[in-house]
Ligand binder design. Structure first.
Ligand code: SF4
Ligand code: SF4
Length: 346
């Protein structure tokens, strides 16, 4: 294998890197759906739709000479933004290395006709079931049909298409059935996420029952991921549980991720987004550090359970031995396993 290539089916843990920044930009928080596990909270994230020129100025704060981050455009539903195509072109002109649009599949404002595959690297569709029954119980009536139609249209137009599946106790049994569906739809990449106790999930009266146990996760996700990768689809999923001999690292300290919200809050950790713990904010058009106490102070703490924010907001996924030591450590939620499907690194 030449340098820079990976063998098909090879599994690897994607190490954190400061070499490549990632900007996750919520251009609005409005959405046409009301998914059961939505993490958007207008009280924390704002309810405004940012004007396209404001988004352009904010994008400039993270790009520039020597800096070409990856951009993920999010909402709410980002295609509800009337000038998403202009925002995508602005990001390109600023030198963003890649542009991905995360969508629920409704693809408002004819977005597939207003941008081209040379401008958007991936449209990433959220689908939480291999059948309408399971998906729509989580995401809303009619959503499965609209989302799969949207995927087919995007593939037909030549866009790179990925799918995001959030695993919970409601849909875990349908993860394996995603393999033939993804293959049939022509999806290139598949992202498996774990449901967190955040946003709507945290407010859900049955939130505990939505969680997937460690045993359920380990017995389902790695094997299904391998099956899907064997069909030519690159799969990534969060590591969640660290092995005994593995070092813990907090992306807030060793990686370069920015989670930007319409109210100007900028987080370095997604698990902090339910709280006013953001370490940065955009004020008067500048990116400024916030004073303590904020998420950065938490990143610096070292605890035997691994991730500090996990310990604070979703301790239900921890377990302790009789001597009080944790039975396992929780990895940073941003640490991913990836099974590469192709022959060469794209
Ligand atoms: S589509 Fe996304 S933003 Fe909209 S309700 Fe569902 S999870 Fe929330
Ligand atoms: S999820 Fe945990 S380990 Fe990862 S950035 Fe947040 S606090 Fe750090």
């Amino acid at each position: 294998m030449a340098a820079g290539t990976r063998g098909a089916g090879e599994k690897r843990t994607v190490a954190f890197s400061r070499d490549q920044a990632n900007v996750f930009f919520h251009v609005l928080t409005a959405c046409n759906l009301r998914c059961r596990h939505c993490y958007i909270d207008p009280a924390q994230h704002g309810d405004q739709t940012l004007a396209a020129d404001t988004v352009g100025r904010w994008l400039q704060l993270f790009a520039g000479p020597g800096k070409s981050p990856n951009l993920v455009l999010l909402g709410g539903e980002p295609t509800l933004h009337p000038d998403l195509s202009g925002i995508i072109r602005r990001a390109r002109s600023l030198g963003y290395a890649s542009v991905t649009v995360d969508t629920n599949g409704y693809l408002f404002h004819d977005i597939l006709d207003r941008v081209g595959p040379e401008e958007v690297d991936f449209f990433s569709f959220s689908l939480d079931g291999a059948s309408a029954g399971v998906n729509d119980a989580i995401r809303g009536e009619g959503c499965y049909r609209r989302c799969t139609e949207g995927i087919r249209r995007a593939v037909k137009k030549g866009f790179g298409v990925s799918v995001i599946f959030t695993v919970s106790s409601i849909n875990r049994h349908e993860l394996a059935a995603m393999a033939p569906l993804l293959e049939n739809l022509g999806v290139e990449r598949f992202f498996i996420q774990v449901i967190g106790l955040r946003g709507a999930s945290a407010r859900d009266a049955q939130s505990d029952s939505l969680q997937v146990s460690r045993d359920q996760w380990l017995e389902t996700v790695p094997s299904v991921a391998a099956d899907i990768a064997a069909r030519g689809i690159t799969v990534s999923y969060p590591r969640v549980f660290l092995k005994e001999d593995e070092a813990f690292a907090c992306a807030g300290q060793v990686a370069d991720n920015y989670f930007v919200f319409p109210n100007g809050r900028v987080y370095r950790c997604p698990l902090c987004e339910d709280f006013a713990l953001h370490s940065l904010e955009i004020a008067d058009g500048r990116l400024v550090q916030r004073p303590p106490i904020n998420e950065k102070d938490l990143f610096a703490l070292r605890i035997p359970e691994g991730c500090v924010m996990n310990r604070l907001v979703q301790p239900g996924n921890l377990s302790y031995r009789p001597d009080g030591r944790p039975a396992w450590r929780i990895a940073c939620c941003l640490l991913k396993e990836e099974i590469f499907a192709g022959d060469v690194l794209k």
